[in-house]
Design a protein around this ligand. Structure first.
Ligand code: SF4
Length: 357
């Protein structure tokens, strides 16, 4: 595959884009804004909540991500799985590998921030918002690379992460564990997530409906890589009642293999296209998430229960060696990056919230 970066002034009309104009229209109606040829932003509900004085997301409570200063986006619209619990639906493209033009990292960041701020323009007059939060919203301090598709497939994923860091924007990257070669490319990211959607191969095939025939081996490779990463790592389980809340032994083996700093156990949410496959009853309540987490913990002696966020029905487990220092010390993270020296995840973990200012 030939990689060609597209500059803002270049026309790419002749090249096949990642989504059709029909798909683009549907996504725009759903609140997305397409950025360049393959990226998109959408205002996270928690960004709006924070600006409306209703509190931050669970990543604010767990790690100190300031939701009103968070840019939710993706650098790729396609995905290599067709997960039944995903809300985006099969209208979104699926592919095993990258196709279409490639925008430059700086172009994506500039235009993503512009699109994000323009979507938030209407919040200026909300009487429930404090002026301080409204002013701060223009100063993006965090990016959550997830939203839709597989952002990690962007050929310049490491370069864009570095560009975000140069702007003092922290980075969370979520992947469904199908692209080990892309994980290898990433030098440093504030926190890397692997979504592990099932405890064994047959259940993963049923739930994720992956395109890759070697999906399980790919996931195993990603777990092996996760274990070697020096930055903060997290495994996220999306719990679907009567579907994947089973085989605790299977989950524990996968988690031990990846040896992440953190484990999030989160309830499946009955929204969007996932309603075609599941019922509202498939959402576990907070007690069920809590109990499942405690049962899993019995098989993971290196981890402990740290905290939970009831509105999102999510529990956080962390390595005992971190001594519950789950918050990110952002100033330290950027200082360590600037130093050019190697560092470990513990080096930028904090016992208190350390805002990224
Ligand atoms: S970290 Fe995730 S949930 Fe929190 S504000 Fe950002 S996009 Fe939303």
């Amino acid at each position: 595959m030939q990689l060609k970066i597209i500059q803002p002034s270049e026309s790419s009309a002749k090249e096949k884009k990642q989504i059709t104009s029909g798909q683009e229209k549907i996504l725009e109606k759903q609140g997305y804004r397409l950025v360049g040829n393959h990226s998109a932003v959408k205002i996270c509900g928690w960004t709006k909540n924070m600006l409306n004085g209703k509190g931050g997301c669970y990543k604010y409570v767990f790690y100190g991500i300031r939701s009103h200063q968070c840019l939710q986006m993706t650098t790729s619209m396609f995905c290599a799985s067709r997960c039944k619990f995903c809300w985006r639906g099969l209208k979104a493209p699926v592919s095993k590998e990258w196709y279409g033009p490639i925008d430059s990292p700086e172009h994506i960041i500039d235009h993503a921030i512009d699109a994000h701020l323009s979507l938030l323009t209407g919040f200026g007059g909300n009487p429930k918002s404090t002026q301080k939060l409204l002013d701060e919203r223009k100063d993006i301090r965090h990016v959550a690379l997830s939203l839709t598709g597989e952002p990690i497939t962007y050929p310049f994923i490491d370069q864009i992460i570095k560009s975000f860091h140069k702007r003092r924007i922290s980075t969370f990257l979520v992947t469904n564990a199908q692209y080990p070669e892309q994980i290898k490319k990433i030098d440093k990211v504030t926190q890397l997530y692997l979504s592990i959607d099932a405890p064994n191969k047959s259940l993963m095939e049923k739930i994720d409906r992956p395109l890759f025939p070697d999906f399980w081996e790919r996931m195993e490779k990603c777990l092996d890589l996760l274990k070697t990463r020096k930055y903060r790592t997290c495994i996220r389980l999306t719990l679907i009642k009567d579907e994947n809340m089973t085989d605790l032994e299977g989950y524990s083996q996968l988690i031990k293999r990846g040896h992440p700093d953190f484990i999030e156990l989160k309830s499946y949410m009955w929204v969007g296209a996932s309603q075609n496959y599941y019922k509202v009853e498939n959402m576990p309540n907070m007690d069920e998430v809590r109990n499942f987490s405690k049962e899993l913990l019995k098989l993971l002696p290196e981890y402990e229960y740290v905290r939970e966020h009831i509105p999102s029905r999510v529990v956080l487990l962390a390595k005992k060696s971190l001594k519950k220092k789950t918050w990110i010390d952002f100033p330290k993270f950027f200082k360590l990056l600037d130093s050019g020296k190697s560092f470990k995840s513990e080096d930028y973990c904090s016992r208190v919230i350390m805002p990224n200012k």
